[in-house]
Structure formats: C-alpha cells, structure tokens
Design a protein around this ligand. Structure first.
Ligand SMILES: Cc1ncc(COP(=O)(O)O)c(C=O)c1O
Length: 458
C-alpha cells in the first residue's frame, strides 16, 4: 500500500456530509435523468465531480477576504493580485476573469475566425466549445502513448511535435490564429507535460509565427511533476520552473479554481499590447472593469494568497501523494485506471472495465451512475458523452481516445479514510460489473451536452 505525506495543515472548520440510503439514491438518480450533474449536492456523500472551485481555503485566504477593496476601479486588491501574477506568470499584461472559460471566451472572440483551426495537446471541453462557438476547429495532437491507459510514459500529457508540424504544414499557418497546450492535460487523464515538450512546442509555434497560449489551470501541479520527473529540475525552486514554463508562451488562460485554490476566479495573461487592449474592451462589455473582471475585490485577494499557497512544495507533495494513494488502492482492487496517475484526479478506464457496453451506449456514464448508486460518490464521465461529436463535414461520429470516469480530488478537502471508502465502493462495483448496462440519450443540447443531457437506462 502506498502511503503519502500527512496533510501539511490541520483542520479548523468542518462541513457535515451524510450518506442517504440506497432507495433515496435510486430516486435521486431517476429524478436527475441519470445525469450526475442533476443531483443535489446534499444527497452526495463524497463529491469527486471536480477539483474546480471545491477546495478548502486556508485561514490566510479567509483573512485576506476581509481586506478586499471593493472600489470599482484601481482597487488595492487588484494590485495585490497583480504583484503575485507578475511574479509567477511574468507576462506583460493580465486581466482577472470570473472563471477560466471567461478567459477562453475572450481569447476565442478576439482571435478565432470561422473555419480556422486551433491545435492543442488536448483542449478541455470549455476551451473546445468556446472555439467551436466562434466557428473554429479545435484539434487535439497528443502523443500516441496517451491513448494507452497502461503506458507509463512520465509525461503522457505531451503534444506530439511531429503531428503538430504536419498539421501546421497541411492547414497553413495563416489558418491557425493561435495554438495551445493544456497543463496538466485534464481531458487526457490529467497527465503532465514536460518542459522539453513545452520548449519544442514553443519553437514550432514561433517558427511559424503562431501565438502560443498555455491553459494554465494546473500549472503548479505540472511544475511539481517536472521537478520530480525531468532531468535537471530536481534542485530548481518551483517558482523558477513556472517562470521558465511561461517564458515559452505568449500568454495564458487560467481557471483559478484549480491551482489558485479559490472557489471562483480566473485570469487571462498576454504579452501583446494590442491584444491586451482589445481584451480589456471585451472584458468591460461582458465581465467588468479591467481591475476586477467580474469578481469582487475580496475574490482577488483570496486568489493572490491561493496562488502563492498552491506553489508550496509541502502542499504539492501531499497533493500528488493523495492522488497516487487513491490510484494505488484502485489498482490493487483490480480496477483499470490511466497510469501513472496525474495530479488532480484518478481516471478510471470505464471502457476497459465494462467491455460489454459499446461506446455509443456510454460505459463511462454507466460507471458514474453506479458509483453514486453503490456509495453516494459522484465522479464524472469524460468519454463519449462529453467529447464524441459528429464530424462537421462527413457527419461521422468522432470518438475521444478513451471512455473515462474521472474522480477529481478537491484540494485540502477529503482525508485518507474518504479515499479508502471510494476504493471499497469501486471494489463492490467490480464484483458485479457483468450485470451493468449502458444508457441512451433522450435529450442533449448542441454544445457541452454532458452538463444537461437526460439519459434512459437500456
Ligand atoms: C484544463 C481546463 N481548462 C479550462 C477549464 C475551465 O475553467 P472554468 O471551469 O473555471 O471555466 C477547466 C475546468 O475544469 C479545465 O480543467
């Protein structure tokens, strides 16, 4: 059994949770149309739906909230955040946004024209949808190893440099308004990207004069993986590693709800002066004045403290250790997962676990439902419900690499006993896996269907 460093904090405030009985869980599932997004949070025992905005803020963050300056323009909170953002990211400009997708919306609104392509190692669903909403074509060019859940590549989130070059040559750089890399690569198992790969990606984009943006949601976890796994980084301070990452790019979007450990917030950073000016205008139109960007002053202060805490090595060592513990327990119980585990979540290979369910009957969806039915646990499908879509030209269904269920671990929130309960629940599901059946969608919107789709058991 893997052990991990004890929490580098002690608990000062708690929130009660309870497990409702099986009959009530059945009723809750039916009422939610078998979509776990439709469940009431109070009916969930252990909520691993997302690590986004669900972390526990520290005493220092709660104290910082009290210092929030709610001035409409030029608030002290903004300048405190700016000092931290400048130190970590080092871009010439940044604007706060209320979430990561708000930053993606502004980036897409300003740069994407209909028919243009945007390559990435793997776009996250909101990024992909924001690009599509502007008529663009998101393209994922991850390394082949990413498609094999049992492959132990240390940086399985990497972009395939060969595929990227071939794609740019075939598409024409003039049809690519920008390129991206997501760190860590959430849609591909939360896997890290190496510094070497970021450097090579940057060189390719620079050669073809394509602006390069990093989706930086989990930049701190990614930097810690670089420190642990990449030659030449073991003795480097984390701040130096993150500075090096961002020096390779022209800008970044970030949901601060991840590695900045806040309940709401995001940012959009860039070097280009014109882009900054246009982004400020978009921000004013849709989010708010550039010194608050759709957030309260207190949110900016919590973000400033959270960005600093999220880069602490003792915290990151415990954080990655807890994820590895959950992964190890699931593997010991014979459950196939994406290996090695990433930073923020364990991804169960639902396609491998439930081979009797074809992709168009959604094995990941079936497993997510069973997790709630068996133990009141909420995970999320990241497979064909979230990512399959018809090819715009041929109409043929395009499937994602894998059918996954993600168990995302909120930061500083659950203990080892909670992880043990998840492992035991999954082991009970495995014992009866042959009897589990798929689902049919009875309603789905055009974009981001997994949030609101309604299902019927087959
Ligand atoms: C990699 C990645 N990019 C972007 C986002 C979007 O961030 P938000 O939920 O704050 O809009 C997320 C959120 O889960 C994410 O994981």
């Amino acid at each position: 059994m893997i052990s991990y460093p004890p929490e580098p904090f002690r608990i000062k405030s708690v929130e009660s949770i309870r497990q409702i009985n099986r009959a009530d869980r059945e009723a809750a599932l039916a009422a939610a149309g078998f979509n776990i997004f439709g469940l009431r949070a109070e009916d969930i025992y252990i909520d691993l739906l997302t690590d986004s905005g669900t972390g526990a803020m520290s005493d220092r963050q709660w104290a910082a909230l009290m210092q929030g300056d709610e001035s409409y323009a030029g608030a002290r909170s903004y300048y405190r955040l700016k000092m931290v953002v400048d130190k970590i990211f080092g871009f010439r400009h940044f604007i706060p946004t209320h979430q990561g997708r708000a930053a993606e919306n502004i980036l897409s609104a300003l740069l994407v024209k209909p028919g243009q392509s945007i390559p990435s190692n793997t776009h996250f669903d909101t990024t992909e949808a924001n690009i599509r909403a502007r008529g663009g074509k998101p393209t994922n060019l991850q390394i082949d190893e990413a498609a094999d859940p049992s492959n132990h590549h240390p940086f399985k989130g990497n972009m395939s440099i060969e595929k990227l070059v071939a794609f740019i040559e075939a598409t024409g750089p003039e049809n690519i308004p920008f390129g991206m890399t997501t760190i860590t690569n959430n849609a591909c198992g939360g896997q890290p990207v190496s510094m070497e790969n970021l450097r090579q990606t940057s060189e390719v984009y620079r050669k073809y004069e394509i602006p390069f943006f990093v989706d930086a949601c989990r930049y701190a976890e990614n930097a810690y993986f670089i420190k642990l796994r990449e030659q030449g980084y073991a003795d480097k301070p984390l701040l130096e590693i993150v500075n090096e990452i961002f020096s390779l790019a022209d800008g970044a979007t970030m949901s601060a709800k991840k590695d900045a450990i806040v309940n709401i917030g995001g940012l959009f950073a860039m070097n280009d002066d014109d882009l900054f000016q246009q982004a400020c205008n978009e921000l004013i139109l849709r989010e708010g004045f550039p010194t608050y960007g759709g957030l309260a002053g207190r949110d900016l202060d919590a973000m400033a403290v959270g960005l600093t805490e999220g880069l602490e090595e003792a915290y990151l060592s415990y954080r990655l250790g807890q994820t590895a513990y959950l992964a190890g327990g699931l593997l010991d119980a014979g459950i196939p997962i994406v290996e090695p585990p990433g930073g923020h979540a364990v991804y169960i290979d639902a396609g491998g676990l439930l081979p009797q369910i074809p992709r168009d009957e959604f094995p990941g969806q079936a497993l997510a439902v069973e997790l709630y039915r068996e133990g009141g646990i909420r995970g999320v499908e990241l497979g064909s419900v979230a990512f399959a879509h018809p090819d715009p030209e041929t109409g043929e269904m395009q499937y994602p690499l894998m059918e996954l269920v993600r168990l995302a671990i909120p930061r500083r929130t659950y203990t080892q006993a909670h992880m043990d309960f998840v492992i035991e629940t999954m082991a009970r599901i495995v014992a009866r896996r042959d009897s589990i059946r798929g689902y049919r969608i009875t309603y789905a919107p055009q974009l981001l269907r997994h949030f609101t789709a309604i299902f019927e058991p087959l």
